[in-house]
Write a protein that binds this ligand. Structure first.
Ligand SMILES: [Zn+2]
Ligand SMILES: [Zn+2]
Length: 113
């Protein structure tokens, strides 16, 4: 087993050295996974993936980010007001149906070609 010389955490298993080196980034401040979208840097790839999921994905954005990593919203221009809603187009009046009371052997609506 290997032990962290800083905090004494013990790592066992086949990947103990890998786990220890990953863990040591907590103490060294090494952040090898920078976010491509903002200055955020993650210590672990899973953290970066979680960050991308929560901060930069359309469904995760603007929901759960905390003050440890605010997106640079204050650098963005303010949201433009939405244009006024366009008036709904009037429904087209239905074509004049032949008077059902008159005998209509031929429909004049379909006669013109
Ligand atoms: Zn440690
Ligand atoms: Zn980011």
């Amino acid at each position: 087993m290997v032990m962290c010389c800083v905090c004494g955490r013990v790592f066992r298993g086949r990947n103990r050295h890998q786990n220890l080196s990953t863990h040591m980034r907590i103490h060294t401040g090494e952040t090898p996974f920078p976010c491509p979208h903002c200055p955020y840097r993650a210590k672990r790839k899973a953290h970066l993936q979680m960050h991308l999921e929560r901060i930069h994905s359309p469904r995760g954005a603007a929901s759960t980010w905390r003050d440890n990593h605010p997106p640079s919203a204050h650098h963005l221009p303010p949201h433009l007001p939405l244009p006024p809603p366009l008036p709904l187009p009037l429904p087209r009046s239905p074509p004049s149906l032949p008077d059902p009371q008159l005998p209509t052997a031929t429909s004049p609506h379909h006669q013109k070609q």
